[in-house]
Design a protein around this ligand. Structure first.
Ligand code: VGL
Ligand code: ZN
Length: 199
């Protein structure tokens, strides 16, 4: 489960429309899974992805960096703040790992597996390998950023990756949904609805 944190839910600084609506769906399907891993976006206060760090720039603009384009975001999920906490309605207390990402000040990390240089590992691949967890189902926020990039990296690592679409909500910025869905098709990320799991 990716980044179901206060800042990505209504009232948060980078609120995804209906972000908290994923919680009910996630609770419904959670009992079907033997192992649950959570991620938490976890930025230092002046993280490079924050618009305020870049003189004269505004949130939701894109800038060019060494490892590609960076969308600038409002300050969000700052380490130790209430906005960075997992949503209080989440009841996944049996989750086995909470993986934090995005803590290096100069680079963003959408994916739960690699930072945005596509090289620096978060450790999740090793964790899954050592625990012999060989397939990932993804839920959470945001569909077109952290969920999507995580699914694509899972495929790059050779793991089957299934996104439960109604257990995700998208930011939907400048065609981001269409763009990532084209990549899903190319790399074999599978989209399903929770009802298909529950029947
Ligand atoms: C995310 C933008 C910035 C996400 C995280 O969780 O999808 N999006 N940081
Ligand atoms: Zn972030």
């Amino acid at each position: 489960m990716v980044d179901v944190q206060n800042d990505f839910c209504p009232g948060g600084t980078l609120a995804v429309k209906d972000g908290d609506a994923v919680i009910e769906v996630i609770h419904r399907i959670a009992p079907l899974f033997a192992d649950i891993v959570l991620t938490q976006d976890w930025h230092p206060p002046h993280h490079h992805s924050f618009a305020h760090v870049h003189e004269g720039r505004s949130a939701f603009e894109s800038i060019s960096l060494e490892h590609g384009t960076q969308t600038l975001w409002p300050d969000h999920c700052v380490q130790g703040t209430a906005g960075a906490e997992l949503h209080p309605a989440l009841g996944l207390t049996r989750a086995e790992l909470v993986l934090r990402k995005g803590f290096h000040p100069d680079i963003d990390s959408y994916s739960a597996f690699f930072e945005n240089d596509h090289t620096t590992a978060t450790g999740l691949a090793g964790y899954l390998r050592e625990r012999k967890l060989r397939r990932v189902f993804l839920v959470g926020l945001a569909y077109d950023y952290c969920v999507g990039y995580s699914a694509l990296d899972a495929r790059r690592l050779g793991l089957p990756a299934v996104i439960v679409r109604d257990a995700c909500r998208a930011i939907d910025l400048d065609g981001s949904v269409q763009r990532i869905e084209a990549e899903f098709t190319e790399s074999g990320v599978v989209l399903i609805e929770s009802a298909e799991l529950l029947k």
